[in-house]
Write a protein that binds this ligand. Structure first.
Ligand SMILES: Nc1ncnc2c1ncn2[C@@H]1O[C@H](COP(=O)(O)OP(=O)(O)OP(=O)(O)O)[C@@H](O)[C@H]1O
Ligand SMILES: [Mg+2]
Length: 590
C-alpha cells in the first residue's frame, strides 16, 4: 500500500533524496562528537595539554555547527518533499472523485470523502516527512552509536544489546493491537464530519424548527465517541514511551555501576565512560524515535488504507473504448428496465419499464413521492446505470456514448439543484462556457429569469453566495433552467424544477419551451423536432398540455396517455387531478 502511494512523491524526489543525504552527514558528525569529548578528557586533561584541548575543542564546535546546519536543511528539504507529496495525493483524490458516479458517491458519502482528503492526507504527509527524516537517521544513528560504544568498550555494550529484543517485542505487540483501534477512530471522524456538515448545510432548517438542542446532543454524542475511541487507541500506544524509558534508564544505571567498577579497577578511563554514556543517550533517543515512528505508522496505515480505497474505487460508470460521440436526436426508449440503487441484490426501485419517447415530444411525469420519477429520468443522462434492460437515446444504448457528449445532449435540471458562488453570468456559463451574452439573455427570457435578474442593481453581474442563498427558491429554479437551456440540449429534463415558481410563470416557461421562437433564437439551425422535453411535476397543471403524460406508481408505469385519456381511464390520475382542482375551487370560493 505504501508502495502504491509512494509514486506521488516522484515530482519531489530531488528533495526526498537530498534530505536523507544531509541527514547522513548530520549523523556522521554527531556520533563523532562524544569520541572527541572522551579524547579531550583522557588525553588532553590527563596530559595537561592545553594546545590539544583547544584544537579538539574547536573541532568539536565546528562539527556541532555543521551537524546543526545539515539537520536544518534536511528538515527544510523534508518539508518541501512532504507538503508536495500531500498536494499530489490530494490532487489525485480530488480528480478521482470528479469521475465518481452518483453510485460511487452514495457508497463513500461526502463526509467521509472530506475526512479522507483532509485528515487522512495530513497523516500521510506526516508519515512521509517522518519517513525521510527519521527512517534513515534513526537506524543509522542506532547502528553507528552502537558500533562506537562497542569499540569504546565491548563488555559494557553487552548490557544494552540485551535490552533491544525486549523493546522490539513490546513495539510489535503495541502496533498490532493499536491498528484496529485507529481505524475505528477514523470511522468516528467520518461520522463527526457528517454531523457537522449536515448541520451546517441545513442550519436554516435547524433554526426554523428550533432543533438546536437536538443538534447539540447529536454533536456531543459523536464528539464523545471520537474522544473515547481516540483514548482507546492512545491508551495502548502510550505504553510505548514508559517501556522505552524504563528499559533504557535501567541500562544507564547498569552502565554507570559496571563502568564505575571498571574505572576503579583501572580497566577503563573516565573520559571513555563519559563518551560511552553519550552514546547510550544517542541510542536511547534513537529507540524512542523508533517508537514514535511506529505509532505514526500504525496511525497512518489506517489513513493510507482509506486513501487507497478511494483511489482504487472502481468507477461504475465508464465510457466504452469506441464510444459514439454523435447523438442523432432526442428520442428515448426504455427496454424492460429495472433498477435498484444497491445493485442486483437490492430491492428494485423500478421494474419492467417499457417506454418509447419520440424526438420532439413533450412528456409529463406524475406520481406520488417515492414512486421512482427521479430514478427513472436519472437513467437517461446515465447518472446511474440500469440494473437490467437498457435505455437508448437517439437509438443508441446510453452506455455506448461518450459521457460528456451524452450529458451535453441531455440537460437535466436536478430536483435538488445548486448554484455556485460567483456572478449570475458565471453560473449560467456553467451550462456552456462559450455562450454569448445574447444567448444567455435569450435562455433567461425563456426560463422567465431575465426580468428578475434585471431588477437587481447589478443585473447579470449580481454575485451569488455559496449555494445561491441570496436568491429566492423560485428564482434559483429559473436560473437552473436557463443554465440547462444554454447547453442547447436535445433532451431537457425538468425534475420538479418549477415547484417553487408560481403557476402563471410556470405556464409561461412551458409555453416558451414549446414555442418555435426558442428554436430560432437559441438553437439557430436546429429544427424543432429535435428537442424532447420531460417534465416531472406534482401539479397536474404543469403537465396538462404535454403530448403524453406518464403516471408512475410504486416503481411501475401505471398508465400513459393524454390528459383527456387519463382523466377518463386512470383512477390515480383522476384522483390527483380532482383533489388539486378541488383545492383551486375551494380557494376561489373562499
Ligand atoms: N440515492 C439513493 N439511494 C438509495 N435509495 C434511493 C436513492 N434515491 C432514491 N432512493 C429510493 O428510491 C425510491 C424512488 O425515489 P425517487 O427519488 O425516484 O422518487 P420520486 O418519485 O422522484 O419522489 P419525489 O416526488 O419525492 O421526488 C424511493 O423509495 C427512495 O427511497
Ligand atoms: Mg424526485
Amino acid at each position: 500500500m505504501i508502495r502504491k502511494l509512494l509514486p506521488f512523491a516522484k515530482k519531489y524526489w530531488v528533495y526526498a533524496v537530498l534530505a536523507p543525504l544531509c541527514i547522513i552527514c548530520e549523523v556522521i558528525l554527531e556520533v563523532n562528537i562524544p569520541r572527541i569529548m572522551a579524547n579531550i578528557v583522557d588525553i588532553g586533561i590527563e596530559n595537561r595539554d592545553l594546545n590539544y584541548i583547544t584544537r579538539m575543542g574547536i573541532l568539536m564546535i565546528l562539527m556541532a555547527v555543521l551537524s546543526l546546519f545539515f539537520g536544518a536543511i534536511a528538515a527544510h528539504f523534508a518539508s518541501i518533499a512532504s507538503t508536495g507529496y500531500a498536494k499530489e495525493i490530494r490532487r489525485e483524490l480530488f480528480y478521482k472523485i470528479q469521475d465518481f458516479s452518483f453510485a460511487n458517491m452514495d457508497r463513500f458519502t461526502t463526509a467521509s470523502l472530506i475526512t479522507r482528503l483532509t485528515t487522512d492526507v495530513t497523516h500521510a504527509q506526516m508519515t512521509f516527512m517522518m519517513m525521510i527524516r527519521m527512517m534513515i537517521r534513526t537506524p543509522m544513528m542506532l547502528v553507528m552509536a552502537t558500533v562506537m560504544a562497542v569499540t569504546l568498550n565491548a563488555r559494557l555494550s553487552a548490557i544494552f544489546l540485551a535490552a533491544i529484543p525486549i523493546l522490539g517485542l513490546s513495539l510489535f505487540i503495541i502496533s498490532k493491537s493499536a491498528y484496529p483501534r485507529f481505524r475505528t477512530m477514523l470511522k468516528k471522524y467520518d461520522r463527526l464530519n457528517a454531523v457537522i456538515q449536515e448541520n451546517l448545510i441545513g442550519i436554516r432548517v435547524v433554526k426554523a424548527f428550533v432543533r438546536g438542542d437536538f443538534e447539540y446532543e447529536k454533536f456531543d454524542d459523536i464528539a464523545d465517541q471520537v474522544r473515547e475511541t481516540q483514548i482507546k487507541a492512545e491508551r495502548i500506544v502510550l505504553w510505548n514511551m514508559p517501556i522505552m524509558q524504563f528499559v533504557m534508564y535501567g541500562c544507564m544505571l547498569a552502565v554507570a555501576w559496571f563502568g564505575g567498577n571498571l574505572i576503579i579497577a583501572g580497566d577503563m578511563q573516565s573520559g571513555q565512560l563519559m563518551g560511552f554514556i553519550s552514546y547510550i543517550s544517542q541510542i536511547l533517543i534513537s529507540l524512542m524515535m523508533i517508537g514514535m515512528i511506529f505509532v505514526m505508522f500504525v496511525l497512518s496505515r489506517a489513513s493510507l488504507t482509506r486513501i487507497s480505497e478511494v483511489l482504487e474505487e472502481k468507477i461504475d460508470i465508464e465510457e466504452k473504448e469506441n464510444k459514439v460521440t454523435e447523438i442523432k436526436d432526442g428520442s428515448v426508449t426504455f427496454n424492460n428496465v429495472s433498477f435498484s440503487y444497491a445493485g442486483e441484490k437490492g430491492n428494485m426501485v423500478l421494474e419492467n419499464i417499457n417506454l418509447s419517447i419520440k424526438s420532439g415530444e413533450t412528456i409529463g411525469i406524475i406520481g406520488g413521492t417515492g414512486s421512482g420519477k427521479t430514478t427513472l429520468v436519472q437513467l437517461i443522462p446515465r447518472l446511474y446505470d440500469v440494473t437490467g434492460g437498457s435505455v437508448t437515446v437517439g437509438g443508441v444504448d446510453v452506455r455506448n456514448y461518450g459521457l460528456s457528449e451524452l450529458r451535453d445532449a441531455v440537460a437535466m435540471v436536478l430536483q435538488k439543484n445548486v448554484l455556485f458562488s460567483g456572478t449570475i453570468r458565471d453560473n449560467l456559463r456553467w451550462g456552456n462556457e462559450n455562450a454569448t451574452d445574447e444567448e444567455i439573455i435569450e435562455a433567461c427570457k425563456i426560463a422567465q429569469a431575465h426580468d428578475f435578474i434585471m431588477s437587481f442593481p447589478d443585473g447579470y453581474n449580481t454575485v451569488l453566495e455559496q449555494g445561491g442563498v441570496n436568491v429566492s427558491g423560485g428564482q434559483r429554479q429559473r436560473l437552473c433552467i436557463a443554465r440547462a437551456l444554454l447547453k442547447k440540449p436535445k433532451i431537457i429534463i425538468l425534475d420538479d424544477s418549477t415547484s417553487a415558481v408560481d403557476t402563471a410563470t410556470d405556464s409561461k416557461i412551458r409555453a416558451a419551451l414549446r414555442s418555435e421562437d426558442l428554436f430560432s433564437r437559441i438553437y439557430k439551425n436546429h429544427s424543432p423536432e429535435i428537442i424532447t422535453t420531460i417534465i416531472i411535476a406534482q401539479r397536474v397543471a404543469s403537465v396538462i398540455d404535454a403530448d403524453r403524460i406518464i403516471v408512475m406508481d410504486d416503481g411501475r408505469i401505471d398508465a400513459i396517455g393524454t390528459h383527456e385519456e387519463l382523466l377518463k381511464n386512470n383512477t390515480i390520475y383522476r384522483e390527483v387531478y380532482e383533489s388539486q382542482q378541488k383545492g383551486i375551487v375551494e380557494h376561489a370560493g373562499a
